[in-house]
Design a protein around this ligand. Sequence first.
Ligand code: A5P
Length: 228
Amino acid sequence: MIDALKAAAADAAAALVQDGMIVGLGSGSTAAFAVEALGRRVREGLKIAGIPTSETTSRQARALGIPVSSLAEHDHIDITIDGADEVEEGTLNLIKGHGGALLREKIVASATRNLVIVVDPSKLVPRLGSRVAVPLEVVPFGWQMAAARLRRLGTVPKIRLASDDTPFITDGGHYILDCEFGPIEDADKLERQLSTLVGVVEDGLFLGMTSTVIVGGESGVQIIDRRA
Ligand code: A5P
C-alpha cells in the first residue's frame, strides 16, 4: 500500500517535467518511482537530461534509457524530484540522507530552480527531528573528533554501519553519523552550528530549498506549494 502512495506522488511529480528540461534525479525508494515514471515518458518521446544524486540512481536511469548528464555540462537544473525522511509542515524544511546520498542530493538541490519532494504521509511532521535523526556526512579521517564535538551539542552520534558491520561508505567516500536531536526548535541555528564543525562535509537539514511537496494519500495526491 505504501508503495502505491509513493508511486502516486512520484507519477504526479514526473508529470511536471517538460521537454528540454534538465532534471535532478533523487535517491531512495520514493524517488526511484519518479525515475521509473520519467523512464516511461522518455520512451514515449520526452527529451530531458537527468542529473542523478547517487550511483544507484545513475544506474537506474541509464537502464531505463534516460540520458544522464552532470553539473559539468549544466550550470542549473530546472526541476529535481527527490524524496525525504521528514518534511516539516508549514516550512517544508526537510531531513534527508537516510539513504546515504545527502551530499550529492544537497549539491543537486542547491543548483535547482524547482525542488519537488515526493513522500507518503508518514513523512510529514510538525517539527523536524520528531521521528528521525539528522544524518551528517563526515570525513573518515578523525571522525571521532567530529563525534566528540557533536556530543557537546547535545546529541549522541551513531556511526552508520553497512550490513557487514563496517562503516557505511557514501558515494563520496565518507562516513555517516546519525545524530538524534529530538524535535528541533531552531533548525537554522543548528545548521549553522553543524556547518562549523571540522570534518563534517554536509548535514541532512535541507532548509528553505523545497518548492513543492507532493504527498501520496489514500484519497489522492496532495500538492503543497511553498509559495502558496
Ligand atoms: C537518500 O539519501 C534520502 O535523502 C532519501 O531521499 C530519503 O531517505 C527518502 O527515502 P525513501 O523515499 O526511501 O523513504
